[in-house]
Structures are given as C-alpha cells and as structure tokens.
Design a protein around this ligand. Structure first.
Ligand code: GLN
Length: 478
C-alpha cells in the first residue's frame, strides 16, 4: 500500500490502529523523497531523526500510551521556521550555518501531538518572492510541470505536499506566500487571522502582516494542523484567544461575494475556472453575487512599501557576527566588514533593504510609509463593510497560471504584480485560503476564499463545501 498518498487523518488513524507502523510510513516517504527530489528540489535538508522519531511513536502505541491527533504524520517545515538542532537557513548564505537552539512554537506544538518533522523545505531567500527561484539552493520545480515555478515563497512546502513527499507542511504568508504556492501546486493553503498563530521562531520578514500557515492536500489536513498550532502563546504577545477547535462541517446557504477586482485582471483561462467554481458554490445553495473592493488598486503599492520597510529593519541584524558564515574579520574595520558581509544577500533581498531604508528615511516617511499605512486602514474598513453583507469573498488566488522558470525573475515589478489578490488579506489582518479549483491545460488554478477576522470556521465551511462538490484532487505524474 502506498502510505505516502494518505491524508493526515488516515495516517494518524492507521498508526494508532496499528494497521501500519509510523516507521513503515516514514520509510516509504524517505524512499519517495529520494525518487522525486532530483526532479522537484523541494527540500533544503531531510531529517536524519525522522525514522527514530517514528519508532518512538510506534513504541508508545504498543505500550498503550497516549499519542496525539497527528501521531506519526510527516510534516515538512519551511526553512525560515526554527527547528531545534536542524539547520534553518532562510535559503540565504547569511544563515547557511545557523542551527537554532530551540523549536518555534508551531514546531513544538506539532511535535506535542505526535507529528514528525521530515525535513526543511525551500523558499525564496528570507521569504521574499513569489516563485522559489531566489534561493541559495536552486529553484524548486512545480510537480505538475517541472519546467514551471511552484509559486512562492513557500514553494518547497507546497511542492513537497503535492509531490507526495510529506503529508502536510508549514509555510509563512506575508503577502501570499502560503496561498500562491498552494494555488500553483493544487494544494490547500491557509493564512490565518493575524494573531491566531504564534510567530515565535519564525524568522521575521515583515512582522506586522505575516503569519505561519498550514498546507495540505485536503481541507481536512489543514484543519488538523491548524488546530494543533493555533492559539495564544506567551512568547508572542500578538497572539490572542484560547485554543480554537475548527471542524469539518456541512454548511449550506453561505453568502458569497465574488470580487470583481480580483477577477478583472485574471488571465481568461484562469477566470473561466473561477467562474465555474462560483457556479459550483451557487449550486450548493450559496447566494453568490458580484461585488466590488475598490481599494484593491492601492493594495500592491501599500503592501510592498510596508513589507520592504519592515524588511530593511528586520534584516539589519544580519551582521555576520552573532551568526553567519565564515568571513575572517582580519584587515577590516567595522563598517567595511559589515558591508562586505552583507554583500552576500541575494539581489532581491538587497533591493528590498535599499528601497525599505529609503521609504523610512526622514523626509520620505510621510510620503510613502505613512500613506501605505493609511491605505491599509482603508482596505480594512472596506472589507469590514463587505463582511456585513457576505460571509466570504472569493476570486482567483493567482491571476495567472504557473509560469516557466526564469520567465519573470529578471523583472521585479512584473513579479510583484502577481501578488495583487493575496496581499489584501495580509494588509487587513484577515484570514484567507486557497483551495484547488481545477485545471486548465494541465495546470492548477486555485480559488481564494477570504473571511472576516477570526472567522476561519466560516472560511473552512466554504472550502469544505467546495472541495466535496468540485472533487478536483489528483496526483501529479512524477
Ligand atoms: N511575494 C510576496 C513578496 O515577495 C509575498 C511573500 C511572502 O508572503 N512571504 O513579498
């Protein structure tokens, strides 16, 4: 039996019921990784401890001890989330030797319910990008067509899930980095409300807008991981609430707003799949109507101003003194050492640090950064008004299909444009997810579902309803 095709609920049930051992399942996954990695390149490192950890779970079960909801389930972790004793590189030379002395809260919580970290997965350097091409470890490839990008920046997360190299994954989403690759790889990805999931142990890119989020092959996968990791954490004082318990519910009669601005700029082939998805929801008894979110037009400018400003400040700590790579300080005075070390950031990161420092500089702060914050309030106000009328808002996650590797990398502005539909939720701090909507010319299209703050359950209700009706799921030929 191909255990690597099972979803997380099936794995945990099979392991607990002793239909198969966690060891057998992890062994199969490691074989699978060995087979497909040369084509996909999703992993930065594969855990050497995974098999031992599986044996520990199996022993606990044999001894009749309690194991958690994700007993034995293999999870890959984006390589900007700290894992104790396992290198966490952010796909950057600046952290190529960094081994965290602690687990991020999300990793600890996953381990507490029996999950097994199978490895660390690729990303754009410091999570800055939409394709996973800006990585020190080479581009990750889309499992549906390996000449194309898997999306980003959590491209390793989505690709490893789609390629059946793990069952679920954790990514981070600052402006779409969970939802974009989820969409491009035909997986389910969720960005929660700001504050629902602890960021303790996530290497910061733009802290005021980013969240960690789960990626799985089914809505059920995402619910299980979300429940394991969500909730207040004393190490992250932006987290709120107790322990949420989301579930899979059959719910009809949702009020759906189809956002005109999200679909207007979409490629016709993508728009067609999304119109069909809206029809599917309508056939399931949802009241579906077109609506408008006019402030979308300012979203990208606002997002990139805020993200780069915060990035320039966050990345100032990489001075190659506390951690970093081997560069002998002999012969340098402080400033030249600092400049030499920091020249090792990749092109895209450097661009963002420079622009970010500029928009924060005195004289320009009011003109750019403050304006961007004002737009953010405007977007949030507009969304709040829409969520009085609608339970969820929908549109395509990405306006285009996964494109060829190398196609957009030389033109940063063209690259930034693809984030138009995803950045809105980050600016507003609201939850959003991508679910597989269908395929066109063999390439995946994702449906984005957004909801009001802390209305993850409503969003999941819609996603589950759609998933059950549309039956899009399949596996790539690898
Ligand atoms: N593509 C966006 C950016 O480059 C989003 C990245 C992210 O969500 N981490 O900033």
């Amino acid at each position: 039996m191909a255990l690597y095709t099972l979803d997380s609920r099936q794995v945990a049930a099979g392991v607990k019921g002793r239909e198969f051992s966690a060891e057998e399942y992890i062994y199969q996954l490691l074989e699978r990784i060995e087979k497909v990695e040369p084509k996909v390149n999703a992993f930065v490192s594969v855990s050497k401890e995974a098999l031992d950890e599986a044996r520990v779970i199996d022993k606990k079960i044999r001894d009749g001890e309690q194991v958690g909801a994700l007993a034995g389930v293999a999870v890959s972790i984006k390589d900007n989330i700290c894992t104790k004793g396992i290198k966490t590189t952010c796909a950057s030379k600046m952290l190529e030797t960094f081994v965290p002395p602690y687990d991020a809260t999300v990793v600890k919580r996953l381990r507490d319910v029996g999950a097994i970290v199978i490895g660390k997965v690729n990303l754009d350097e410091f999570a800055m990008g939409s394709t996973t091409e800006f990585s020190r470890y080479g581009a990750t490839r889309n499992p549906w067509d390996v000449s194309r990008v898997p999306g980003g920046s959590s491209g390793g997360s989505a690709a490893s899930v789609a390629a059946l190299e793990c069952t679920v994954s954790l990514g981070s989403d600052t402006g779409g980095s969970v939802r974009c690759p989820a969409s491009f790889c035909s997986t389910v990805g969720l960005k929660p409300t700001y504050g629902l999931i602890s960021r303790y142990g996530l290497v910061s890119y733009a802290n005021s807008i980013e969240q960690i989020g789960p990626i799985g092959r089914t809505v059920s996968d995402v619910v299980l991981v979300l429940n394991a990791i969500a909730g207040a954490d004393e190490n992250d004082h932006t987290t709120v609430g107790g322990k949420p318990a989301h579930s899979l519910r059959q719910r009809k009669g949702l009020r759906v707003g189809f956002v005109r601005e999200f679909i207007e700029g979409a490629e016709p082939r993508v728009a067609k799949v999304i119109h069909k998805a809206a029809d599917t929801l309508a056939k399931q008894g949802c009241g579906c109507e077109e609506t408008s979110l006019a402030s979308v037009q300012y979203a990208l400018a606002s997002y990139y101003t805020i993200a780069m400003a915060e990035a320039s400040s966050n990345l100032a700590r990489y001075d190659n003194v506390r951690y970093g790579f081997d560069l002998d300080p002999e012969g340098y005075e402080w400033n030249s050492y600092f400049a030499k070390a920091r020249s090792n950031f990749g092109e895209e990161v450097k661009r963002r640090v420079i622009v970010g420092s500029y928009v924060l500089s005195s004289g320009y702060y009011g003109k750019y950064y403050l304006k961007a914050q004002q737009v953010r309030s405007l977007i949030k106000r507009e969304l709040k008004a829409l969520f009085k009328k609608y339970d969820i808002l929908i549109g395509p996650t990405m306006p285009i299909l996964p494109f060829e590797i190398g196609e957009k990398i030389a033109d940063p502005l063209r690259m930034y444009l693809v984030d138009i539909n995803t950045v809105v939720a980050n600016l507003a701090g609201m939850p959003a997810m991508s679910v597989p909507a269908g395929f066109t010319d063999g390439l995946p299209v994702g449906l984005q579902i957004m909801a009001d703050e802390f209305q993850e359950q409503t969003m999941l209700d819609a996603a589950y309803l759609f998933e059950q009706a549309a039956k899009v799921q399949r596996s790539p030929d690898l």
